[in-house]
Design a protein. Structure first.
Length: 466
């Protein structure tokens, strides 16, 4: 069903851009700025899982290998040749979603770097800040005209069109003022500052998308970091930046399979992982004291993802039936923000051998002091392997989509609670030898994260292109 959904998703996205392409501002087609999947509610998504959904769309098929190529119809005209005249210009880092560590920011030359932020502070990490509110200009008249034009397009469509879904319509119309505001803001920022390159953490959000497109129009190279594992391709495509910066060969292959040109993909890693190799972690004795864990216990870290709560709670209660095991549950940030961690907290109150950690300890300190890490398609799996820890990945059948990122872990990939439980026990009690888990880990990293330190590679790439 998800394959049907994805097929219809790309068809609908492209048809949306076509239908609303006359809505243009600052030389940018506004529908191209949309984070399209956020316009799709549960009702429309269910309809898109039906094979008959696309029968009234103009196009009937988008081959996987041509997804990016289809978007290039709109993206290519926005690109201008690279302009290398401003040799004394500055790198602009978009602070939102970049996820760099403090140490990462401190390694940028503050005389050659600017930070774009919603904050009103003058400097962050010694880098001068461009404050977004200082560049925002109200343009209500033009906004009203474009919204009215958008309403006219909606009214001209077939009443049964997916675009006339009330949630879809409301979402797009509410984005139009933001799009216009950001286009004005970013053009003014480029006019007022000698920017020669742009680095963003994603192009999901309107600000980052506009940044990369306006940079492209001005012949300025842009670099989009990979902000997490690619488990939903809609959040990572199409590619807008000059260079899509990825973790390893897995992502490069995925982008190539979807029609992205090889020269637009760079394997660099992400500087936020550099701290794994540069930092020292809490000593085990101190960690155990702080967590009130007996010195001889074996620690299993369960890093959760949203929507799989029952799997984690059941696994935790089964694991602690072994009196030698303590389970630490590290909830996903989304679960914390949306008040979805009560079941974990309840378990930790019922069982002394289950600990639920929210924000009171650094993630890398927890990983470094764990004996094995259990995940369901989480970036913490990669981080744990970089910290040289055995990782067990459960590929739950209930997941609506399968991206085989962790499949190279072989015997450490499980399917359900019971197989995960048994695999954890085998790793802890060396029925799967430490040599085997180490070998699997090294093979995985060689393919999926072949670098150790990423920031020098990123800086080198930026310097080559400016």
């Amino acid at each position: 069903m998800e394959n049907i959904y994805l097929k219809n998703y790309w068809l609908l996205n492209l048809e949306f851009i076509e239908a609303f392409s006359s809505l243009e501002y600052g030389g940018l087609p506004l529908p191209l700025l949309s984070n399209f999947y956020k316009y799709i509610d549960d009702k429309l998504k269910e309809e898109m899982m039906d094979v008959s959904f696309g029968s009234d769309l103009c196009s009937k098929e988008v081959e996987k290998k041509k997804i990016q190529i289809q978007f290039e119809r709109w993206l290519t005209p926005l690109r201008n040749p690279s302009n290398k005249k401003q040799v004394s210009g500055k790198i602009l880092l978009n602070f939102d979603y970049l996820r760099f560590s403090i140490n990462n920011f401190l390694q940028f030359d503050s005389t050659k770097t600017l930070l774009l932020s919603r904050s009103k502070v003058k400097k962050m990490y010694n880098i001068p800040v461009i404050s977004e509110p200082d560049y925002i200009k109200n343009n209500q008249r033009i906004t009203d005209i474009i919204i009215e034009k958008a309403r006219d397009i909606f009214n001209s469509l077939n009443p049964n069109s997916a675009f006339n879904n009330s949630f879809f319509m409301k979402s797009f119309l509410s984005d139009i003022p933001i799009m216009i505001e950001k286009i004005n803001m970013i053009n003014l920022i480029f006019d007022k500052n000698p920017i020669i390159s742009v680095v963003v953490g994603t192009t999901e959000d309107i600000t980052s998308r506009v940044l990369t497109l306006i940079a492209s129009k001005r012949g300025i190279p842009s670099f989009c970091m990979q902000h997490g594992l690619i488990m939903r391709e809609e959040a990572f495509l199409p590619v807008f930046a000059t260079k899509q910066v990825v973790y390893g060969q897995y992502e490069k292959k995925l982008y190539l399979q979807r029609g992205v040109e090889e020269n637009k993909i760079e394997i660099v890693g992400n500087p936020r992982f550099d701290d794994i190799f540069n930092n020292r972690y809490m000593e085990r004795i101190k960690f155990l004291r702080r967590m009130k864990i007996n010195l001889n216990k074996k620690i299993v870290l369960i890093a959760t993802q949203q929507f799989n709560t029952s799997f984690y709670t059941k696994l935790a209660t089964l694991l602690i039936q072994d009196p030698e095991i303590v389970v630490i549950i590290k909830p996903h940030p989304w679960e914390q923000l949306n008040n979805q961690i009560q079941k974990y907290i309840k378990l930790s109150k019922l069982y002394p051998s289950i600990k639920c950690i929210t924000n009171q300890m650094k993630t890398y300190d927890i990983i470094a002091n764990s004996d094995v890490v259990v995940i369901v398609n989480s970036t913490i799996g990669l981080e744990s392997m970089l910290l040289d820890k055995p990782v067990i990945c459960c590929n739950l059948k209930s997941l609506d989509r399968n991206y085989p990122y962790y499949e190279e872990l072989d015997c450490l990939v499980t399917q359900d609670v019971q197989t995960t439980l048994k695999t954890v026990q085998k790793v802890l009690y060396h029925k799967i030898s430490p040599q085997t888990t180490k070998q699997l880990r090294n093979q995985f990293l060689k393919y999926n994260y072949p670098q150790v330190i990423a920031l020098p590679k990123l800086k080198k790439l930026i310097n080559m292109m400016t």
